[in-house]
Design a protein around this ligand. Structure first.
Ligand code: FES
Length: 157
C-alpha cells in the first residue's frame, strides 16, 4: 500500500476511480469523504486529487476553503463541540467550557497534544432547552454538569 504522509493513496484511487468514476463533478463529494476519513483534508490528498483528476490545485483549494465543512488543518480523532449560544450560556456553558479546557489542557479551537480531541465552540446545535450542551462526534450530551465532564471524555479513545 502506497502511503504519503499517512494518506492512503490506494483508498483514494478507489474512491476517485471506482466510486466516482473520475467524474470532476463529484469533487465536493470526494473531498467530503476525505474529510470524513481523516477529520480534515490533508494537503497531500488535495494535491493527489488535483493530479489524478486533472483539476487545477488552485480550484480544489478554493472549493476546500469555501465550504466550512472542510478543514485544512489536522484535527483530533474526536471532535468536541461545546455550545456557547445564548441559551447554553445562561445555563452555565462558560463553566463547562472552563472544565473541558482544564481537563484537556487546551483552549477552544485547539487539539490535544496526543490528537485525541479537538475542542471547539459552536453557536447553537438546536437543542437550546437542554443546555448546557456538548456534542462529541455524533453524541449529544445535555444538561451537562462540571463533574460529568471527565467521565464523558473518557469514553472516547
Ligand atoms: S444555544 Fe446551545 S443548543 Fe442552542
Amino acid at each position: 500500500m502506497e502511503l504519503a504522509n499517512d494518506v492512503d493513496l490506494m483508498k483514494l484511487d478507489t474512491l476517485i476511480e471506482e466510486k466516482y468514476d473520475n467524474n470532476q463533478e463529484a469533487l465536493v463529494m470526494i473531498l467530503q469523504e476525505v474529510n470524513a476519513e481523516y477529520n480534515y483534508v490533508p494537503p497531500e490528498a488535495l494535491r493527489y486529487v488535483a493530479e489524478k483528476m486533472d483539476i487545477p490545485l488552485s480550484k480544489i483549494y478554493s472549493i476546500a476553503t469555501f465550504y466550512k465543512a472542510f478543514h485544512l488543518e489536522p484535527r483530533g480523532r474526536h471532535i468536541i463541540s461545546q455550545c456557547v449560544g445564548t441559551a447554553c450560556h445562561v445555563r452555565g456553558a462558560t463553566r463547562i467550557k472552563g472544565k473541558v479546557e482544564k481537563s484537556l489542557s487546551v483552549k477552544a479551537g485547539e487539539n490535544t497534544k496526543d490528537m485525541r480531541y479537538t475542542f471547539e465552540t459552536v453557536r447553537c446545535i438546536g437543542c437550546c432547552s437542554l443546555g448546557p450542551v456538548i456534542k462529541i462526534d455524533d453524541d449529544v450530551y445535555s444538561n451537562v454538569e462540571q463533574d460529568q465532564v471527565d467521565k464523558m471524555l473518557e469514553k472516547y479513545q
